[in-house]
Design a protein. Structure first.
Length: 284
């Protein structure tokens, strides 16, 4: 039986999307194994706080998301109804995961600005406005996006059969928010760079800039793939961005916590004020 070029292209896109899902799972497992000792130390020796709970949610929500993605990759063409359920589940998990990841850096920015409550209120109000908008776009469509499966036997998985603005609007909102946080971090770094040049402060600023840059670049890639590519290609990096941001947020938190322990042990003076809701529990 001969298949059309569109059917072959769609099948290849599903295979490529499966490879992306497998690579995400591999990256997460590798990162988890490499940081297992540090993570156990943090979970056992750090004091319980809100940010520790945030860490646990961010860290262990990712494997749930990856499991759902891998399961969706094996949906047969005879059972496409599961695509709707897994698609909504995937969207919800992604939004919650990125919400938790961003909270780390909202609190870090709050700490950099000497716990300015007006700034925190502005950041949180903007953030929750964007979250509500993202949830509204994802789950209140008048015409939901249709899912399609491959017509070629042996090719599993499903994809959105048409491009919809709901796919890239959340990434536009996320990139705008991260760009705003990056500007706040840069402004604060310029203001007090000569006053506070401690290693802990430098690491905190570098972490923030690197995270925002990665998030902004990934969002740009996802926006362009949504607009320019077809089949499973236009959503193939959505979850990849969410997983990478979660890995960065938790890994950077572990690194900062370890550094803060070393600083306190050495008796060095640190001018960064952190609360129990900040990204370094022990710097209260």
């Amino acid at each position: 039986m001969e298949y059309s070029s569109d059917e072959i292209a769609a099948a290849r896109s599903l295979q490529f999307a499966m490879y992306i899902d497998a690579s995400m799972a591999t990256i997460w497992i590798y990162n988890y194994v490499c940081s297992l000792h540090e993570e156990c130390t943090f979970l056992l020796r750090s004091h319980w706080s809100k940010v520790k709970g945030l860490y646990i949610i961010t860290r262990y929500l990712t494997p749930i998301l990856l499991t759902a993605n891998l399961y969706a990759s094996f949906i047969s063409s005879e059972d496409p109804s599961k695509c709707w359920v897994l698609g909504d589940m995937n969207s919800g998990l992604c939004i919650v995961s990125v919400m938790c990841s961003e909270c780390f850096f909202i609190l870090r920015t709050y700490a950099l600005w000497n716990k300015n409550r007006m700034l925190l209120a502005a950041m949180l109000s903007t953030y929750f406005t964007f979250l509500v908008a993202s949830f509204s776009v994802e789950f209140t469509d008048v015409v939901p996006a249709a899912y399609a499966t491959s017509a070629i036997p042996g090719i599993t998985g499903c994809y959105h059969s048409s491009t919809n603005f709901q796919f890239f609007v959340p990434f536009i909102l996320l990139s705008v928010f991260q760009l705003g946080l990056m500007m706040l971090t840069l402004i604060r770094a310029i203001q007090i760079w000569r006053i506070n040049s401690s290693r802990l402060y430098v690491v905190l600023v570098k972490h923030n800039i690197f995270y925002y840059t990665c998030g902004f670049l990934f969002s740009a890639v996802n926006i362009f793939t949504s607009l320019l590519l077809q089949y499973a290609y236009h959503t193939m990096f959505y979850d990849f961005q969410i997983v990478i941001l979660a890995i960065l947020a938790t890994h950077m938190h572990l690194h900062l916590w370890q550094m803060s322990r070393h600083v306190h042990r050495s008796g060095a003076l640190v001018h960064i004020q952190m609360t129990d809701m900040s990204s370094a529990d022990s710097m209260a």
